[in-house]
Write a protein that binds this ligand. Structure first.
Ligand code: HPA
Length: 270
């Protein structure tokens, strides 16, 4: 893994991407942040050695280096999901490469369904904690001490200072920002009513199919993380309608403006 990550990082540097403190992973329907970037370099994932290929049709699969709010950022436009068939090590490979490129902060967005029914669709939730309910952990197997310790601490996987800044920005701009726990579900099938009841008892506020593997690896490497979920649908087991992907995309699009503002202002302050 280390050698592959080094080869990928070397190729990326050769394309003119140098140090940026902050990397961003853009989730489903949240591509508008990409429009905010003054692009210096854009690389198709397929050209980067050992990078997994993006398969979900909504994702263009590009690594973009440029400026947002006066700061150099590295943006993953298109992410990898476990449900697409990638291993958790493949899903998190780009985060390993980020570390070799000198990235210190990781900002992540995703789409999630609300288990906590007080979180309305098209609103945002800053992730305060997570439950890894995927069938594995990206850190199993040999530990690479170059990246981090065998047993990384997870007492605060989402940086409390970043959460505070995001709450402050939301407050100032009249954006409703919920805060809570994200659980990563395998997918790709949506959850049954019984599963939603079960997830509620786990203590999760929202459920989605991403983010947690990348956050585990980022923490392993000592990176500071902020993550925000766009609430796309209500997961009410007593009143469950068949999910409509168009509703999900529409709600993600409505929330996009607020999310772009939150991330842009956070980047300014990093
Ligand atoms: N489950 C339910 N609703 C969702 C999800 C999910 O994983 N992602 C986005 N909306």
């Amino acid at each position: 893994m280390l050698k592959k990550a080094q080869e990928a990082a070397k190729y990326i540097r050769e394309q003119g991407i140098y140090q940026s403190d902050t990397a961003i992973i853009l989730g489903t329907g949240l591509g508008k942040l990409a429009d905010e970037i003054e692009v210096d370099v854009s690389i198709d994932y397929k050209n980067i050695p050992h990078f997994p290929l993006s398969t979900v049709e909504f994702h263009s699969g590009k690594l973009i280096f440029g400026t947002i709010a006066g700061k150099k950022v590295l943006v993953m436009n298109g992410r990898f999901h476990f449900y697409e068939g990638y291993s958790l090590k493949e899903v998190t490979f780009p985060v390993r490469v980020m570390k070799l490129l000198g990235v210190k902060n990781l900002l992540v967005s995703n789409a999630a369904g609300a288990i906590n029914l007080s979180f309305p669709p098209a609103s945002l939730m800053v992730i305060d904690d997570h439950i890894n309910f995927l069938p594995g952990n990206p850190l199993t197997g040999k530990n690479h001490d170059e990246f981090g310790p065998r047993f990384p601490d997870m007492s605060r996987p989402y940086d409390p200072e970043f959460i505070g800044i995001l709450e402050e920005i939301a407050d100032k701009n009249n954006i409703t920002l919920n805060k809570g726990v994200y659980v990563a579900w395998i997918g790709p099938s949506l959850e049954t009513r019984a599963e939603y009841r079960f997830i509620k008892t786990m203590g999760a506020d929202v459920v989605g199919m991403s983010t947690v593997p990348e956050v585990i690896v980022a923490n392993h490497q000592g990176m500071r993380v902020a993550a925000v979920s766009v609430i796309t649908d209500l997961c009410d087991p007593d009143n469950l309608k068949p999910v409509d992907i168009n509703d999900i995309l529409r709600n993600a699009a409505i929330a996009e403006k607020d999310l772009v503002l939150l991330f842009t202002e956070l980047i300014k302050r990093l």
